[in-house]
Design a binder for this molecule. Structure first.
Ligand code: MG
Length: 341
């Protein structure tokens, strides 16, 4: 494979959209060129802008998932949940509103568009928010494959959280099973017939995150949603930005039997596939039991588990403790899994 560094005329590759090192390199070399604004350079889940004595939190996201309807959800629910969750990761659980752009292919069934719109409204109701502005574009048949959505959201918060706030001595909690979304979409795309048991976790998390914030207060130090690149990419970014290392306990990771089976059939590491209804939450170890109890009392947090500990030294390293030994978890760009979200 040709790498950008030795190619005089590099072009976009699928790996540039996979959520791993190639994507971050593209952002750094193209989109951040000449950008000095520290908020943009932080590359957080959301941007946080001071507004009076509070903070305006803003996030934007695009969705191109294929197929657009999958077990457990659809592109509409995904577009609302994705933005709401990125806002929640910054500590913003009160989402004032969303905007939505729809780019659709000539010939797309109006009834499917209606289903997507209804699904967006249901997700908005769950998140306690609404779509306040939108745009529609139609492209000629063959110029786009079906439908793409671009969604932005904004809200206010008093307290800001960053994915860079982990401290040595913290533990990392997942709010539930990992791997479900990516594996459900891939199973549907490849007609594996696992759809009965395997469903996407796609859901707005602001209500669940509020529970954790209320319980842990200032002892909750960092959050990130393990979307593209899965838990491996999310933990790596948190470790790099926080200047710490993380030891992930493989046996503590909650995973459904259907997700495990699909991962095996597809030959995909379930820790590297997207989740769309999960958060990784870094809290002081002394607070872990109380946060877990609170999360598990919420319908979206019943499978919450403490999966990792945060250590000083080796900044950016994520280790997987398999019970037999420890190996470094490395983000991979060679299996880009396009159109998962
Ligand atoms: Mg995110």
């Amino acid at each position: 494979m040709k790498h950008d560094a030795d190619d005089p005329n590099p072009r976009v590759r699928l790996a540039h959209g996979a959520g791993g090192p190639a994507m971050r390199a593209l952002i750094e070399s193209v989109f951040l060129e000449g950008v000095t604004d520290p908020e943009a350079r932080a590359l957080g889940d959301s941007a946080v802008l001071p507004l009076g004595d509070r903070f305006l939190v803003v996030s934007t996201d695009a969705h191109v998932v294929m197929p657009p309807f999958f077990p457990g959800g659809d592109i509409g629910r995904l577009s609302v949940s994705g933005v709401v969750n990125d806002l929640a990761m910054a500590g913003c659980c009160d989402v004032i509103g969303l905007t939505s752009s729809v780019i659709v292919e000539e010939g797309f069934p109006i009834e499917a568009l209606r289903r997507i719109q209804r699904s967006m409204q249901v997700a908005c109701a769950e998140a306690g928010t609404r779509i306040v502005s939108g745009d529609t574009k139609v492209m000629q048949k063959g110029e786009i494959d079906g439908i793409a959505l671009s969604t932005s959201g904004f809200g206010l918060t008093d307290r800001v959280l960053r994915d860079s706030g982990l401290l040595a001595g913290d533990v990392v909690i997942t709010t539930g099973t990992l791997g479900d979304h990516g594996l459900a979409v891939l199973s549907a795309r490849h007609s594996l017939g696992l759809e009965g048991d395997l469903r996407s976790d796609v859901a707005p998390l602001n209500g669940l995150v509020r529970v954790a914030l209320d319980r842990a207060g200032s002892k909750l130090h960092a959050m990130k949603d393990p979307t593209r690149g899965g838990a491996t990419s999310a933990l790596t970014e948190m470790a790099e930005k926080s200047g710490v290392s993380i030891v992930l306990d493989e046996h503590a990771v909650p995973m459904s039997a259907a997700a495990r089976a699909a991962a095996e059939i597809l030959g995909i590491d379930p820790l590297s596939v997207a989740n769309e209804g999960k958060a990784l939450i870094g809290v002081e170890a002394s607070e872990a039991a109380a946060v877990l109890e609170a999360l598990r009392a919420h319908p979206l947090g019943v499978n919450a588990a403490c999966i990792a500990r945060v250590e000083a030294g080796q900044p950016g390293a994520v280790w997987l403790d398999t019970g037999f030994g420890t190996r470094r978890l490395v983000e991979r760009d060679d299996q880009p899994l396009p159109r998962i979200c």
